[in-house]
Design a protein. Structure first.
Length: 133
C-alpha cells in the first residue's frame, strides 16, 4: 500500500561519490609552502579503478608524465607515494595520493577521464589528459 513514495537521498556537495563508472580523477592545483608556490598533482583512484589495477590502500605508487602525448602514468612500486583514504569521505572506498606536479602540467580542475581515456598497460594505469590549447 505504501509503495508510492519517492525517497530523497542525501547527496554529497563535494561530489566525493562520482558516478561509479569512473576509474580515477586528476587535479592539479597550486599549493603554498614556505612562501613558495608549487603545483601539486592529486590523484584519486575509485573502486572501479582499484578493481582494474588490483591495488589497495597502502600500496605505493610513482607518477610519470609525458608532455608530448599528454599521458599520465601511475605505477605501483616498492618505494613511492602511499595510496591512502585521507581526504576522502570515511565511507568512500577510493584511495588518493598527491605528488609534486610534473613540469609542464598546467593547473587543472578535477578531471575524471572516461573509461576510454584510461588504460592498464603493463600493470600501469595510463591516463590521457585533455589536450588543451
Amino acid at each position: 500500500p505504501m509503495s508510492g513514495f519517492t525517497w530523497i537521498e542525501p547527496t554529497s556537495s563535494r561530489g566525493s561519490n562520482p558516478d561509479s563508472s569512473h576509474l580515477v580523477s586528476v587535479t592539479v592545483s597550486p599549493e603554498s609552502r614556505d612562501g613558495r608556490s608549487a603545483m601539486r598533482l592529486a590523484i584519486a583512484i575509485y573502486p572501479a579503478g582499484l578493481k582494474l589495477t588490483r591495488w589497495i590502500k597502502g600500496d605505493k605508487v610513482v607518477v610519470g608524465y609525458d608532455s608530448e602525448s599528454k599521458m599520465l602514468a601511475i605505477k605501483r612500486v616498492a618505494n613511492g607515494y602511499a595510496l591512502s583514504n585521507n581526504g576522502g569521505s570515511k565511507k568512500s572506498n577510493s584511495v588518493r595520493t598527491s605528488v609534486p606536479a610534473p613540469a609542464g602540467l598546467a593547473e587543472m580542475r578535477i578531471y575524471r577521464p572516461t573509461q576510454s581515456d584510461v588504460q592498464l598497460i603493463d600493470g600501469m594505469l595510463v591516463i590521457s589528459l585533455p589536450k588543451g590549447e
